[in-house]
Structures are given as structure tokens and as C-alpha cells.
Design a binder for this molecule. Structure first.
Ligand code: F0G
Length: 457
């Protein structure tokens, strides 16, 4: 088979930060080994997130010039609404500045204190918005999702037996909604099958429970359905996406992912009364319902990007390039989460540094070493981010997994950039016995990973 090439050529370039080893060692000391605190110019390859970091196409840049900045009823709004309705098919489209703004409006209009929300896995901002509305967020991924090296084509699926059991336990009234995240970011960017979406929908409809999708990476999810699910091979990703949405009552969307824009999001619902209440809240904090916190030009870029994110050539390259990184790392002996997901590759830092106990943060040690050797910024997703405290003793308990996420921005880096990342990771692996854990010297009371300070042990 031939190399799957980037299905675009480069029209505009942006220099990236090139640095020396002593400069990077000095930078690490200055930021107390917290990679969030680096200047972006100090980074050579930035794999912190795939959110808002994509490269827009020439068609999107051209669409920007069509931006109609009228406060109300702009042409850009009409084009945006038409694109969202064409692909998603919901009755009401409510624009927001990004995904979490849509989540907040959803949570504050749909959830009463004391209720529960059930998901395959809530993303952190989703969980925080559910909890801020006074509800409990429950995650029920299939059991395979918790085993880093077990191969399964749809590791993002929800455990539907557990869903029925939760409905029996709590009763319909106590369940505000069911929210399925496609693809499941926190579970490793793993896809959800069409069969699972259909089954979850059937269960929700039979009990009268609202069923919503967190649709950030819906196009990547459609590609996995096309290539992995029986009978789906001959369908266009856009048709698969339309079918997925047809089973839900609405969705939240961060356009910063699969719509390949730098800012934007929206909320959809089929419920007329709910949509009225959502728009009331929107006006209070985001803006008038025909722009919702976005410029007309942002709406234009999303309207174009939604279709580009669903193009077959793009998706084939996108998923192949993520798999390329995961497979090369795996061959080099770097333990990675299997199978590779859509938007990111996850290094299993606990397996890479078995001599570093979880509460000495092996993920942080690997992430800092990747920066030290190659100027690469990745993100620890382990006990720095998700350790909990024993409610009785206050003792710190490690997170279930110690991962380092290499999130891949869309259409930004070429295969040679990724080869460089693979070489740097192999160097980290070769030095692993010399790597030590970290201790925290300062931490905030919540969301500590953003501002914590560390010291190597
Ligand atoms: N839902 C999922 C599944 C996400 O991955 C994100 C963001 C959001 C909701 C929130 O959207 O950032 O536009 O407010 N994920 C980014 C990440 C931040 O790095 O994974 P937002």
C-alpha cells in the first residue's frame, strides 16, 4: 500500500519555535515543570490539544470575507443555520462561543438539583457543568474501555445493561438526560458504533428520557463507523452522521474540533419549549440568537468547515495519520493505548515507567522529558489531573490510568513532524530507567494541573 499523503498543499506557513537542549532545560526550570506555563514560541510541536488548533482551508478564509456582521438576522447566520440543519437535522440551532457554553445552557435548562446525568464518559467541562447544576454525573463506558491494551472496534460504546440498571435504580424522573460523547475523548478518542447509538436511543425513548449527543468529533466517529461497522462501508460519512443524529433529541457541539475552526460551538434541540428557554439564557450571557457570541465571519467558517470535516479524503488521511503515530510508537516499544483513537495517541506512562509510583506522576515525568528532548508539548492525563481524595482521611488516591495525550491538530503538522515526535518518544523510552518521578511544590484547590508547580525527585 502507498503512503497516505496529506490531501492538501501548503499556501501559508507559520514558523515554529526551534530551540536548543539547554534552552529547553532552562524553560522547564522557569515554569516549574508545568508545560501549561510555557510560552507557545518555546514549543516546536504542540500536541497539547486538537481543539481550536486546526488549520483553516483557503475556502474557509474566503468565506470569512463574506461575514455579515449585522447584529440580528445576518446572512452568515442563515448560511450557518442551513449547514447545521442539513447535517444534524435538529429543529433548533443555537450558536455559542464554544462547546462549554452550549453545555452550560443545556445543564441550566434541562437539569434540576438532585438529578443524575448518564454518559459513556463526561468530558471534564461537561461534568463540571452537570455538577454546577446540582446533579450527579455518572459514566458507564463498556468494561473494555478501562483496559488500555484490549483491542475493540468501538471502545467508546456505552454499557447499555448498566444504563437499564441505572434507570431501574433511579427511575425516569431522576434522570435529567443521557449524553453520549462521540468520539469518547476522555476514553482515548474511541468511537461509538451506530448500533450502540441506536440501542441507547431505543432505551431512552422507551422510558421518555431525553437523549443528547456531545458531538465534537462526530465526523471522525462517522469515519470509524464506515470503516469498522458491518454494512457501512459503502456509505458517505455525511449520511452516517445524519443517521447518528436522527436517533437523538439534540446535541452540544464544540466547532473547534471537527468543524476545523479556531473558535465556535452550538447547541441543538428538537424541543420547542426547551429551545425558547435556551435562547432566553443565551441572550443573557452569549448574545442574540442569530450570533450567540460569535462574529458573522466565524459562523461562515463553521458553515464551510462542517462539510470539509466530513470529506472522505480528509477523514481517510486524518484517521490514518493518527494511526501512523500510534503504530510507529507501538513498534518502537512505547506503550500506547490500543486501538488508536481519532484525534490523539495516548502513551501509557505507568507501563513506560513502572519504577515510578502513580503519586510520583509518571505521566508528568514523561511529558516533561518529551519537551526536554524534542520541544514537544503533550498533556498529562493521570494523577496530576484526576487524583482524588479519600473523603474520610483526606489521603490522595491515584487516577485509574497514567496517560500522556498527544493530541493531533487538524491539517497542521506533516508526516515528517510526526516522525520527529516518534523519534523523540523513542529517545524518552531509551532513557526511561534514568527518569525519576515528580513532587508537587504548589497546587491550587481545584483543577490543579493548570497552575501546579513541580520538582523532579
Ligand atoms: N466535549 C468534549 C468531548 C471535548 O473534548 C471538549 C473540549 C468539550 C466538550 C468542550 O468544548 O473546549 O469548545 O468548550 N475538549 C478540548 C480538549 C479542550 O483538549 O480535549 P470547548
Amino acid at each position: 500500500m502507498r503512503t497516505i499523503i496529506e490531501p492538501f498543499r501548503i499556501k501559508t506557513v507559520e514558523p515554529i519555535g526551534m530551540s536548543t537542549l539547554p534552552e529547553r532545560e532552562e524553560a522547564l526550570r522557569r515554569v516549574h515543570w508545568n508545560l501549561f506555563l510555557l510560552r507557545a514560541t518555546e514549543i516546536t510541536i504542540d500536541l497539547l490539544t486538537d481543539s481550536g488548533t486546526g488549520a483553516m482551508s483557503s475556502r474557509q478564509w474566503a468565506a470569512l470575507m463574506e461575514g455579515d456582521e449585522s447584529y440580528a438576522g445576518a446572512r452568515s447566520w442563515e448560511r450557518f443555520e442551513a449547514a447545521v440543519k442539513d447535517i444534524y437535522g435538529f429543529r433548533h440551532v443555537i450558536p455559542t462561543h464554544q462547546g462549554r457554553a452550549a453545555e452550560r445552557i443545556l445543564a441550566q435548562t434541562m437539569i434540576r438539583p438532585g438529578q443524575v446525568v448518564i454518559s459513556n464518559t463526561h468530558f471534564d467541562t461537561t461534568r463540571a457543568n452537570v455538577e454546577a447544576a446540582g446533579a450527579t454525573a455518572i459514566d458507564i463506558p463498556i468494561p473494555e474501555a478501562r483496559q488500555p491494551r484490549v483491542e475493540h472496534p468501538f471502545k467508546g460504546n456505552m454499557d447499555t445493561d448498566a444504563l437499564e440498571a441505572l434507570i431501574a435504580e433511579h427511575g425516569r424522573e431522576k434522570i435529567a438526560l443521557v449524553l453520549l460523547t462521540i468520539t469518547n475523548n476522555s476514553g482515548g478518542g474511541q468511537p461509538v458504533s451506530l448500533a450502540n447509538v441506536r440501542k441507547v436511543s431505543e432505551i431512552c425513548r422507551s422510558h421518555g428520557i431525553p437523549f443528547y449527543l456531545d458531538a465534537c468529533r462526530f465526523a471522525e466517529n462517522a469515519w470509524f463507523i464506515k470503516t469498522r461497522e458491518e454494512g457501512q462501508q459503502d456509505r458517505a460519512p455525511i449520511d452516517i452522521a445524519r443517521e447518528v443524529f436522527s436517533y437523538a433529541d439534540g446535541c452540544t457541539m464544540s466547532a473547534k474540533k471537527d468543524a476545523i475552526v479556531n473558535i465556535g460551538g452550538f447547541l441543538c434541540t428538537n424541543d420547542d419549549d426547551l429551545a425558547r428557554r435556551m435562547r432566553d439564557l443565551l441572550i443573557l450571557t452569549e448574545g442574540f440568537p442569530t450570533y450567540g457570541g460569535l462574529a458573522g465571519r466565524d459562523l461562515e467558517a463553521i458553515a464551510v468547515g462542517l462539510y470539509e470535516g466530513l470529506e472522505e479524503d480528509y477523514l481517510r488521511y486524518r484517521i490514518a495519520s493518527t494511526k501512523y503515530v500510534a503504530d510507529r510508537l507501538h513498534e518502537a516499544g512505547v506503550p500506547v493505548l490500543r486501538p488508536p483513537g481519532g484525534h490523539a495517541v495516548f502513551i501509557d506512562a505507568a507501563a513506560m515507567l513502572p519504577h515510578v509510583p502513580p503519586l510520583q506522576f509518571p505521566g508528568q515525568a514523561v511529558a516533561c522529558e518529551l519537551y526536554r528532548v524534542g520541544g514537544i508539548r503533550a498533556c498529562e492525563i493521570g494523577s496530576v489531573m484526576f487524583a482524588s481524595r479519600d473523603p474520610e482521611t483526606g489521603e490522595e488516591r491515584p487516577a485509574p490510568l497514567e496517560l500522556v495525550r498527544l493530541a493531533i491538530p487538524r491539517r497542521v503538522y506533516t508526516q515528517s513532524h510526526m516522525d520527529y515526535v516518534i523519534e523523540a518518544a523513542a529517545e524518552v523510552l531509551a532513557n526511561r530507567e534514568k527518569l525519576r518521578g515528580m513532587k508537587i511544590t504548589y497546587q491550587a484547590p481545584f483543577l490543579r494541573h493548570f497552575t501546579a508547580r513541580f520538582e523532579p525527585l
